[in-house]
Design a protein around this ligand. Structure first.
Ligand SMILES: [Zn+2]
Length: 358
């Protein structure tokens, strides 16, 4: 007998179900014994949606396909039900069927938005709005891109058709969770709802511990010690119009545009709960290091970036603010600003670090 998602509320064996594949991701884990590949995503039926993990998955099945899964099992993972598909399970493609999936969207804090939920509701302030136009079936359509932020994090949003206003505090229901280019995002489409609400979004640093990080959200701050500095730092030349890296001193698309130097560097930050690789550029590094833009433009090509970064950062206790990003299955942080801190600045984090490094 086929089970419905709503009825799977505990750990069970030998489940058969007919579902629509809503998302599919592949992950490779490397360990001593070599590489293991597994798949994860979301499946849904008329009663709801549920995340799954699969150790085998037929390559012919695509997102949007209806499948029958036989002999899978369910278990609790992070307090939520998850479906597991292993070597004993069978996946059968049902090309002639369709399922109207019931969307369930929980109200979550922005820091908790992750690919384990296909749709979410959030409350936050809209910032950085830009309108773009694109052609679709011969018609000109609008997409509004920007960010939504609450007291826990900030993520990108794209709204197709529905206008979003700078600095407006809104509740968005049924936003689709996306991950593009390693960054978490929300997509607002026909079935999403936006309404203006009254809520206070405090403007203060959103501190997180490295061990608390679950998904690549943005606008967060981590305080810790710089435990190592990458030796692959480089000085680049960039075009002042398109901001891309240029070769031979001028941009192919904007040959007459001025160019400017930028720095690329990275370091490992440890806060006592974990370690994270942080990337820096001249915008985040120079103000912290007390180097002016003029000084940098003059000296960039004669400086040793590895030495300058090492001297300013190694062993220092700092607060780094920026956006998390998943790259090659690894969480990293793109720093937007760096601040030197004294232990009084953040006693709680300071205490943890002291315990770890005594
Ligand atoms: Zn250019």
């Amino acid at each position: 007998m086929l089970s419905k998602i709503i009825d799977i509320d505990s750990a069970r064996q030998n489940i058969d179900m007919k579902v629509k594949l809503l998302s599919l991701n592949k992950r490779t884990i490397k360990n001593d014994r070599g590489e293991t590949v597994y798949y994860y995503g979301i499946i849904g039926d008329e009663t709801g949606t549920v995340p799954f993990t699969a150790w085998v998955f037929p390559p012919a099945v695509r997102v949007g396909d209806v499948i029958e899964i036989r002999s899978c099992y369910s278990n609790l993972y992070n307090g939520k039900i998850r479906i597991y598909i292993d070597g004993r399970s069978e996946i059968i493609l049902k090309p002639d069927s369709d399922i109207e999936v019931k969307r369930t969207s929980d109200l979550v804090k922005i820091r908790d938005v992750s690919l384990s939920m296909p749709y979410v509701s959030v409350i936050g302030k809209i910032t950085g709005v830009r309108k773009k136009e694109y052609e679709n079936d011969g018609a000109t359509k609008s997409v509004y891109q920007g960010y939504i932020e609450d007291e826990t994090a900030r993520i990108r949003i794209s709204s197709f058709g529905k206008q979003i206003q700078e600095n407006e505090v809104v509740r968005i229901d049924n936003a689709r969770v996306t991950q593009f280019n390693g960054y978490m995002g929300l997509s607002i489409g026909d079935s999403s709802r936006i309404e203006t609400v009254t809520a206070n979004i405090p403007e203060k640093p959103r501190h997180v511990f490295i061990s608390e990080i679950r998904s690549p959200v943005g606008g967060i701050t981590i305080t810790g010690f710089v435990v190592s500095v990458g030796q692959g730092s480089r000085i680049f030349t960039k075009c002042s119009v398109c901001r891309r890296i240029v070769e031979d001193g001028k941009c192919k698309d904007h040959p007459s545009a001025p160019v400017y130097p930028d720095i690329f560097g990275y370091f490992s930050l440890s806060d006592g709960t974990g370690t994270l690789t942080c990337y820096i550029n001249s915008d985040s590094f120079l103000p912290y290091a007390g180097i002016t833009q003029d000084q940098f433009r003059r000296d960039a090509y004669s400086m040793n970036p590895n030495m300058v970064i090492r001297k300013n950062l190694l062993g220092k206790c700092i607060s780094v603010s920026g956006d998390l990003r998943i790259q090659d299955d690894k969480m990293t942080l793109n720093a937007q600003s760096i601040r030197a801190i004294s232990q009084e600045d953040n006693r709680e984090i300071g205490n943890i670090i002291e315990e770890e490094f005594q």
